[in-house]
Design a protein around this ligand. Structure first.
Ligand code: PAF
Length: 288
């Protein structure tokens, strides 16, 4: 089995082959492995994770798998953008070593029954409206970790609750993997990059930058006026409503350690929002 040619991306479709390659890299002490799990439709946010991984100068494995078990809404799953050809081009350009892109039956063979549940942390924020979503995420991420046996993995800070939950799982289950994160990558107008942005209507795309503008304004107001969480949230809600963001799922301020809700935010706490523009659900956050 040949490992890789310089600057060439190897595309792996089966769990068996991926496991064999990882074992070979690890057992022979050839190198360490950095896995970047994704669901494809790669944008600059994903590429920033991959670039950070590449700085470690170890073997990089990007996974692309649109995981049906983390979509509580079937319509959202069916409309999830996929563009493997263009993803592969991006991965080649950036110099990724392996792409693991399994079909559904490779990850969930018939009679698959197991779930990994991080109990408490999922009962907040996005977990309230997206029942079962985080069970789907943790189950597939652990499966990816077990197949690839990486030394490092990385997740974006836009999905902050996902990051917190994965870190908890890794700690609780003594998984010997270092979890890194990367700051949110934004469009010039402030909209956080997301694979769902391309599904926004023209009008809602124009409204969307208000999400981050509101977060920044809330942070500035807080610094000036030393407001309590309740008042920051109330003011931000008002700001969104005035600016045509009417479907607000949540605005919360949390301490990210264990997702608790401080009466007054302190440095290191986060302001998070989830809103819907048309049928598209967008999330964003800002650190105090
Ligand atoms: O953040 C994502 O794209 C997904 O939730 C992940 C981590 C790849 C698991 O399917």
């Amino acid at each position: 089995m040949k490992l890789k040619k310089e600057n060439s991306l190897r595309i792996i479709k089966t769990t068996k082959e991926m496991q064999a390659i990882s074992l070979r890299i690890k057992n022979k002490g050839i190198n360490k492995i950095f896995v970047i799990p994704t669901m494809g439709a790669l944008h600059d946010g994903h590429l920033s994770l991959i670039k950070k991984a590449k700085k470690k100068n170890i073997v990089t494995v990007v996974t692309i798998f649109v995981n049906p078990k983390q979509f509580n809404d079937k319509k959202d799953l069916n409309k999830y953008p996929a563009n493997l050809k263009s993803d592969i081009k991006k991965l080649r350009n950036i110099g990724v070593d392996f792409l693991f892109a399994p079909k559904n039956h490779e990850i969930y063979p018939s009679n698959f029954q197991t779930k990994v549940i991080v109990e408490e942390l999922q009962n907040h924020l996005c977990g309230i409206s997206r029942k079962g979503h985080f069970d789907g995420v943790t189950s597939v991420v652990l499966k990816i970790f077990n197949i690839i046996q990486p030394d490092y993995s990385i997740f974006g800070e836009k999905d902050l609750q996902q990051l917190i939950i994965i870190k908890r799982m890794v700690k609780d289950l003594n998984i010997p993997i270092k979890i890194l994160s990367h700051k949110i990558i934004r469009e010039k107008d402030g909209l956080a990059l997301s694979s769902r942005n391309i599904r926004l209507t023209k009008k809602n795309r124009e409204i969307a930058p208000i999400i981050f503008k509101g977060l920044k304004k809330a942070k500035e107001d807080y610094k000036k006026n030393n407001l309590s969480s309740i008042n920051i949230i109330k003011n931000l809600r008002k700001y969104y409503l005035i600016n045509n963001i009417n479907d607000i799922e949540y605005i919360e301020i949390i301490n990210p350690e264990n997702i608790t809700y401080p009466i007054k935010p302190k440095s290191g706490d986060y302001l998070l929002v989830a809103v819907k523009l048309g049928s598209i659900r967008l999330i964003d956050n800002l650190k105090f």
